[in-house]
Design a protein around this ligand. Structure first.
Ligand SMILES: *[C@@H]1O[C@H](CO)[C@@H](O)[C@H](O)[C@H]1NC(C)=O
Length: 162
């Protein structure tokens, strides 16, 4: 389909390669934005299904393709960022397999694009927000809240703080 739109700019990958600062001074403010406010229409049973899906696991990703075979650069970026942090235990749903799910997720989070990442049942954002969180160190902190120790903490130790 529109593969061009899905291609991730190379510059974004350079950003992704940045080592995150492991100092967090900024409170995490994105999560939960979509949780309550956004006109939770009772009409969509699909949205109810999404609500159940995102609560069923600490880390849930809606993406194009699978983690093994992402069908879009942005979905791939989310998979790679999670991998950098050693997060392999997460639920991934391929919206290309289920058009209603694709729309249901967008309705639920009130966010127009896929991929979408949910932590602890709360909408976090798409690829760009996850990337920002990765760079700022917020992702390490958010994973910690879920009881997940980011692998980057260990690689940080390996490199040795002089
Ligand atoms: C998404 O929301 C629109 C507008 O409220 C609605 O018409 C549609 O049925 C919803 N789709 C799903 C899959 O929930």
């Amino acid at each position: 389909m529109n593969a061009g739109f899905c291609r991730l700019p190379a510059a974004l990958w350079q950003l992704a390669a940045w080592r995150p600062l492991l100092v967090v001074s900024r409170p995490f403010s994105q999560a939960g934005q979509a949780g309550d406010g956004g006109g939770a229409s009772s009409s969509g049973s699909k949205e109810e299904e999404v609500r159940k899906l995102v609560r069923a696991h600490p880390v849930v990703v809606f993406m194009k393709g699978s983690p093994a075979q992402p069908q879009c650069g942005f979905s791939n970026a989310v998979v790679q960022i999670l991998r950098l942090h050693g997060v392999t235990d997460y639920r991934a749903y391929d919206v290309l397999q289920d058009h209603d799910l694709r729309q249901g997720v967008k309705n639920f989070s009130n966010w127009p694009t896929i991929p979408q990442v949910f932590l602890n049942g709360e909408f976090v954002g798409g690829c760009d927000i996850l990337l920002q969180m990765h760079q700022s160190g917020d992702l390490v902190e958010e994973l910690k809240k879920l009881g997940i120790r980011s692998a980057l903490l260990d690689s940080e130790k390996d490199h040795g703080k002089k």
